[in-house]
Write a protein that binds this ligand. Structure first.
Ligand SMILES: C[S@@+](CC[C@H](N)C(=O)[O-])C[C@H]1O[C@@H](n2cnc3c(N)ncnc32)[C@H](O)[C@@H]1O
Length: 316
């Protein structure tokens, strides 16, 4: 069956059917690396109250009234719409034409088209017609894998500086904090065992996962500063409970806006991402283990999965 599949694909007459077939090497960048988010995925993002309220508060409190706001990766346009309530002008760029078209319709229907312009195009080459006072960019994924938040923002900051001779005063979100935790993750699905990446709502009732050690922060990414390209972790972690570690939980907290006068921030906790270890290890409370991984920001989850390890550590 599997051996016959490639021959079938090659045999399909290209004139009639080629549009339905995407060669796997061309799918990598778009489908696997988080650049292709069609409209039918946006409902979940719009329904995520924790995400929307964190951005709404940051936008309301931090955007100056005469600001020019640039949104990179505008999706359905919701953040540009929220920004338009404060800003003088919003330039929103979206790469997927049917999503950009939907954003334009929604912006119009919500009475904001006099302030928001939605551009079709790639944020990695976009230059606005005037300097940006605030940039909004939500190309975030748990662990900062897949989506291109860091690369797109680094490119835009450099282009902005080159064109306008100045940096960007404010970027929303302001920062992302990344942590990792050793866990036991059940992978039994109706008697079928399949260790695959899993996502759970962040918080105390976070599904069936068993925490075997405390989380450790491995990166604080501040978007207005120079951001890291790679995340490298090689540390000894102390185990709190006896059990089997078969996965690492990646914890991602976005600091969307910081309000110094109030001494707090609006935060968005993304889903916990649980990545199975290639080799589970048995551990006892008090023991230390060596946990290692290395991945590029925006890399595929598969490459993260291939790069993680946890091994027993004994003092020599
Ligand atoms: C996670 S969604 C967020 C959408 C919207 N900002 C929101 O908060 O609902 C990221 C959006 O960025 C778009 N995108 C990804 N890479 C892009 C790029 N290089 N240039 C422009 N848009 C991009 C995607 O198509 C998607 O609509």
């Amino acid at each position: 069956m599997s051996a016959a599949a490639p021959a079938q694909i090659i045999a399909i007459p290209s004139k009639r059917r080629s549009a339905e077939i995407v060669p796997s090497d061309r799918m990598d960048d778009d489908a696997y690396l988080g650049q292709f988010i069609p409209l039918h995925y946006h409902g979940q993002m719009l329904s995520d109250e924790g995400r929307i309220s964190a951005f709404q508060e940051a936008i309301e409190k931090l955007i100056p009234e005469d600001a020019h706001v640039v949104e990179l990766g505008g999706g359905t346009g919701i953040l540009s719409f929220l920004a338009s309530k404060r800003a003088r002008k919003v330039s929103c760029i979206e790469r997927i034409p049917h999503v950009a078209a939907a954003a334009r319709r929604f912006i119009e229907a919500n009475g904001a088209s006099h302030k928001v312009t939605v551009f079709d195009g790639d944020a990695r080459t976009f230059v606005p017609d005037e300097p940006a006072d605030v940039v909004i960019c939500e190309m975030l994924h748990a662990g900062l894998v897949r989506e291109k938040q860091i690369a797109v923002l680094e490119d835009f900051k450099a282009r902005h500086e080159a064109h306008f001779g100045r940096g960007i005063p404010l970027i929303i979100p302001e920062a992302t904090i990344l942590a990792v935790q050793p866990v036991y993750q059940p992978y039994d699905f109706g008697g079928y065992v399949a260790p695959v990446p899993l996502f759970f709502q962040a918080g105390i009732n976070s599904g069936p996962t068993v925490e075997l050690g405390s989380p450790e922060v491995y990166a604080i990414v501040e978007y207005a500063r120079e951001t890291p390209v790679d995340f490298v972790f090689d540390r000894l972690m102390t185990i709190d409970s006896t059990g089997t570690i078969n996965a690492l939980r990646f914890i991602t907290k976005n600091v969307v806006g910081i309000f110094p006068k109030e001494g707090r921030s609006s935060d968005w906790h993304m889903n916990y991402m649980s990545i199975p270890l290639p080799e589970p290890i048995h551990v006892t409370a008090g023991e230390r283990i060596r946990v290692r991984f290395q991945y590029e920001a925006g890399a595929s989850m598969q490459s993260l999965g291939n790069a993680i390890s946890a091994t027993p550590w004994r003092r020599r």
